[in-house]
Design a protein around this ligand. Structure first.
Ligand code: T3D
Length: 260
């Protein structure tokens, strides 16, 4: 690998993964996606990491697939590239047993927007923007955009975004429900770290189980969802953090959660 296309640092239980090709707005080439896949797997597997932040270096979050090295000019098909490089990242972000914050610091386009939307909590700088760029170059939305968008913003807006490929401001993204909070540009990274540190000090086993409950909940019936909740609550109820949470409440003292 020729460049450090993804940076990963760990501090006090918080991992920060930074897409790092700022001169091309962190466009996603094979090197970057391979490094991203490896970094995401590493933070997913490391039990000492209890919260994750994903952001972009420079003025963009990610401009999506690198069009100078995309399948249009390469030897692999788009489907092969997606299955090998993108799907493991998106599925791992959603599936990993810890909360993932995406801190969208600038434009998030194409598959870059899909990565942004895969976060459990999406924060956006006021100047950030979102672009379903795919149809502009004759492609369909991929890397999860057709899964996340209708669920977040509804079918009407998802269709318009995919077909019209118009840039959506952070304010509109927030109003549409794609973004949890909009944050002044110069405060975004500090706020993302502050939130991640807070999450890392909380009962993170419960967060893992919450993710399990919510992932795919729209595909399950009420009966199935009630049963899943009961099963997950059995697990949550056996954690040391549950005991600590109740003990701290009754003793009127702050809890000391260990993520166990
Ligand atoms: O085969 C497969 O891989 C399948 C997977 C497909 C998934 C996809 O993501 S498809 C969608 C790909 N992305 C796009 O179509 C977006 C293309 N980029 C843009 O539309 C614009 O750059 C932005 C709206 C994102 C930002 O515009 P702006 O005006 O802020 O910046 P810019 O001047 O256009 O870009 C800055 C530089 O980044 C520029 O390089 P230069 O001229 O300074 O040397 C530009 O060429 C480069 N850049 C931006 N996007 C990409 C890119 N280089 C390669 N690939 C890009 N996607």
């Amino acid at each position: 690998m020729s460049e450090q296309a993804v940076l990963c640092s760990v501090d006090n239980g918080v991992a920060t993964i930074t897409l790092n090709r700022p001169t091309v707005l962190n466009a996603l080439n094979a090197d970057l996606m391979d490094q991203m896949k490896e970094a995401v797997q590493r933070v997913a597997d490391d039990a000492s990491i209890r919260a994750v932040v994903i952001t972009g270096a420079g003025r963009g979050f990610s401009a999506g697939a690198d069009l100078s090295s995309s399948s249009a000019g390469g030897t692999s098909t788009a489907g092969e590239t997606l299955r090998k490089r993108y799907h493991p990242v998106i599925e791992n972000l959603r599936g990993m047993p810890k909360p993932v914050i995406t801190a969208v610091n600038g434009v998030a386009a194409g598959a870059g927007m899909s990565i942004a939307l895969a976060g459990d909590i999406v924060l956006a700088a006021e100047s950030a923007s979102f672009l379903q760029a795919f149809s502009k170059i004759g492609l369909v939305p991929d890397a999860g955009s057709t899964y996340f968008l209708p669920r977040y913003v509804g079918d009407v807006r998802a269709r318009a975004m995919a077909i019209l490929a118009e840039k959506i401001s952070a304010a509109d993204a927030h109003a549409y429900g794609m973004v949890w909070k909009m944050i002044p540009d110069d405060a975004l990274q500090d706020e993302a770290q502050k939130l991640a540190r807070h999450l890392a000090s909380m009962p993170t086993r419960a967060y893992a189980l919450i993710k399990q409950a919510l992932n795919g909940s729209t595909e399950r019936s009420l009966t199935e969802q009630l049963e899943l909740e009961a099963t997950l609550q059995d697990q949550a109820g056996k954690t040391a953090d549950f005991k600590e949470g109740v003990a701290a409440f009754l003793a009127k003292r702050p809890p000391n959660f260990q993520g166990k």
